[in-house]
Design a protein. Structure first.
Length: 384
């Protein structure tokens, strides 16, 4: 009789249960660690230490003590002058400036100009060669004199009936033609002497004696820098504020001084490409320190309020509906909605919501809540 061997059933390894137990233990440890602070607080509330009831309860034993006041600095509002300004960039131009050139092509005979020299109106700066023109002038002088003598004799003969009227007219025309040619030559001779058209200061002289020049050759530049023009542009929304006589200030890079000027003219149109208005001011230039072509930053005062209220910019908190500040009233913090105006790097003008004498809190703003007790620290009398 044959026997059948029994095959033992394989057992599930015991290590799988151990692994699940370890994973569960790790999860419990992580959760306990994440909520350790909350568990500690709950344990502290459930079992207050001895003597804690007297510190947290009032006479009835149920009311909690008031939180300590928040220490905060502030600024006391006092009226001050607040100006609304607009900033722009501009360019310095000489009051008068010109490049000196010759009207005719000639050789330079003499140079009286010197680099950077101050000149007066009418001073002779350059003399061109005019030898041929002088010879032509002498020829025309002789022809003019002869024509005058012929005219005198013709008039005598015509009076005696010995010359016709046609002969007299021809001789008179010859005299008039000689005078016209001489006058034309005089204009050409005047162009050989180049004079200063106005008083000012020369730039660099660019030619020397003996050089051949033409109307395309720049001999030197001349600028009147006793006063300078300041051209600048502003957006079209400021067009109503731009008018002759309005003062403004400007600064030049590299100089600490602030210069004063006033508008002398405004372009009577708005540039369609930039939507801006071009204005021109005039300023004194003591010592000639302002150079033509220089870059300037312009500050134009649009309006001013002699009784304005200003707070530090850090005290203004933007909200979804506008701006608020915290003020100290009766030892507590009060949230006040305000309307802001002119801004600077450090201050903000308050148009509505505050009054002179209010104390606006400027520090520990994150800890302040409406109605929270406040202990004032340093209180400034005016915003910076």
């Amino acid at each position: 009789m044959a026997t059948t061997a029994e095959v033992p059933t394989p057992r599930r390894p015991a290590t799988r249960g151990v692994a699940f137990a370890l994973v569960g233990l790790v999860v419990l440890v992580v959760v306990a660690w994440a909520y350790r602070d909350r568990l500690l607080r709950l344990a502290g509330q459930g079992a207050p230490p001895a003597g804690a009831a007297s510190a947290t309860a009032g006479p009835s034993g149920s009311a909690r003590a008031a939180p300590p006041p928040v220490l905060a600095d502030g600024v006391k509002l006092t009226p001050r002058r607040v100006a609304s300004t607009a900033s722009a960039t501009g360019t310095i131009l000489a009051r008068e400036q010109v490049d000196l050139v010759s009207e005719i092509s000639r050789r330079v005979l003499k140079v009286n100009a010197a680099d950077g020299a101050a000149v007066k109106k009418g001073d002779v700066l350059f003399v061109l060669d005019a030898a041929d023109l002088g010879a032509q002038a002498r020829t025309l002088e002789v022809r003019k004199k002869l024509a005058q003598e012929n005219e005198k004799r013709a008039r005598t003969l015509a009076a005696e009936g010995l010359a016709s009227a046609q002969d007299l007219e021809r001789i008179v025309s010859e005299r008039a033609l000689a005078e016209a040619q001489l006058s034309e030559l005089g204009v050409a001779l005047s162009r050989t002497v180049i004079r200063a058209p106005f008083a000012g200061r020369l730039g660099l002289v660019r030619i020397s004696e003996g050089a051949w020049v033409s109307p395309a050759t720049v001999l030197a530049s001349l600028q009147d820098l006793e006063k300078v023009r300041v051209d600048f542009t502003l957006p079209e929304r400021y067009a109503a504020s731009l008018r002759a006589g309005v003062p403004f200030r400007f600064k030049v890079p590299g100089r600490e001084r602030t210069y004063e000027a006033s508008i002398v003219a405004v372009e009577p149109r708005i540039d369609a490409a930039t939507r801006s208005v071009l204005a021109r001011g005039l300023a004194d230039n003591p010592g000639g320190e302002l150079l033509s072509g220089g870059f300037v930053t312009v500050e134009l005062e649009l309006s001013s309020d002699a009784q304005g209220l200003v707070v530090p910019s850090m005290a203004v908190i933007p909200t979804g509906g506008g701006h608020v500040v915290f003020v100290a009233r009766d030892g507590k913090a009060a949230e006040q909605v305000v309307e802001v105006g002119v801004r600077t790097d450090t201050t903000v003008q308050i148009l509505k919501g505050l009054a002179p004498g209010d104390i606006v809190l400027t520090s520990n703003l994150l800890r302040l809540r409406p109605g929270a007790p406040v202990q004032l620290g340093k209180v400034d009398e005016q915003a910076p």
